[in-house]
Write a protein that binds this ligand. Sequence first.
Ligand code: SAM
Ligand code: CA
Length: 244
Amino acid sequence: MAATGEIQPAKHQEVGHKSLLQSDALYQYILETSVYPREPESMKELREVTAKHPWNLMTTSADEGQFLNLLLKLINAKNTMEIGVYTGYSLLSTALALPEDGKILALDINRENYEIGLPIIEKAGVAHKIDFREGPALPLLDQMIEDAKFHGSFDFIFVDADKDNYLNYHKRLIDLVKIGGVIGYDNTLWNGSLVAPADAPLRKYVRYYRDFVLELNKALAADPRVEICQLPVGDGITLCRRIS
Ligand code: SAM
Ligand code: CA
C-alpha cells in the first residue's frame, strides 16, 4: 500500500489501457520494466498522439503491441491482414515486425483516424507494406472468398473491429488464413464483463457486445479446425492456429 499523500499510478481501466490484471501497480511495473524501454520511438510517438484523440479507449495497449510484434516474428509472418485499424498502433507494430517485402491488408470503415497515424508510419519507413482499404470488412472478405488465389494465403490475421461480426469474420477468415497460420481475435475478455452478474452496471456498449463475445468464445472453443489459446493480454486475445 502506498503511504498517504504518495502519487498513485493511473488506473489503467480509466485511461484506456485495459488491463485485467488485479493490480494497476503490477501492470505499471510490466509497462515500465519490459515494455516502454523497448518500445520503438515511432510506436511511442503514435501512442502519445493517439492518447489525445477522443476515442483513445480503442487503441491497442503498449504491452499488446509488443506481444503482437514478437508473435509475428516468431511465426515468420509475411502476408497479413488487420480488420480494425483506428490510428494504427497495432498496424505499426505489425509493419515493424514484417520483412521488407511483407504485406498488411488493412481494413477500416474510417480513413480519417488512419490518417492521424499515417505520417508516423511513413516516417518509420514501413508504409510501403500497408494496403489500406476504407470500407466495411465483410463485403471485401466475401469478394476475396470468391477468388481462389486468396484461399490459404495469409500467415496472420488480426481482428479488432465490430465485435458483433467476429463470427461472420471467422466463417470467411478460416478459408483465407493458411493451414498453420494464425488468426488473433482481440477483446475476447471484453472488459471482464463476461463474468459480471446479470444486474451489473455495465456501460451500454459493453453490455451490447457482451453476448456476441460470449458466443464467439464458445464457438472458437468448439471449432475443430483451429487450435486455440486465450491470453489475458490487453482486453484478452484469442489466438487460433488453423489445423485443417
Ligand atoms: N487495432 C486498432 C489499434 O491498434 O488502435 C484498434 C481498432 S478499434 C478497437 C476498432 C476499429 O474498427 C475502428 O477504427 C472502427 O472504425 C473499425 N470498424 C468498425 N466496424 C468495422 C467494419 N465493419 N469494418 C471494418 N472496420 C470496422
Ligand atoms: Ca482491441
